[in-house]
Design a protein around this ligand. Sequence first.
Ligand SMILES: [Zn+2]
Length: 103
Amino acid sequence: MEKVIKYRCSECGELFDTPEKALAHEIRHERIEKANEMLNEGENGYLFRAGDVEDLKNKIEDAIMSKRLKEMGKKSKEIVEKSGYAEMIEGWKNAIKYALHTK
Ligand SMILES: [Zn+2]
């Protein structure tokens, strides 16, 4: 019998073979949270559960059917004007890095 040690993400519970992989994963959670700070679900954008195609489909349908995109765009502009463009740009950079798995 072989004893196997796994490292659990404190945020979502996902298991990793090494502490380095678990730490890198947890850092990605932090970056996602930062990028999402400017997004209020259903108010100025949509969030969907990672890997959940049905959730993504529902959000796209809602975006198309609700006809609130123009209103959501105005809300986003207000949020960006309040918090500053530098923070918005940093949020986008983090989101892109996350999507490309470069960080
Ligand atoms: Zn996690």
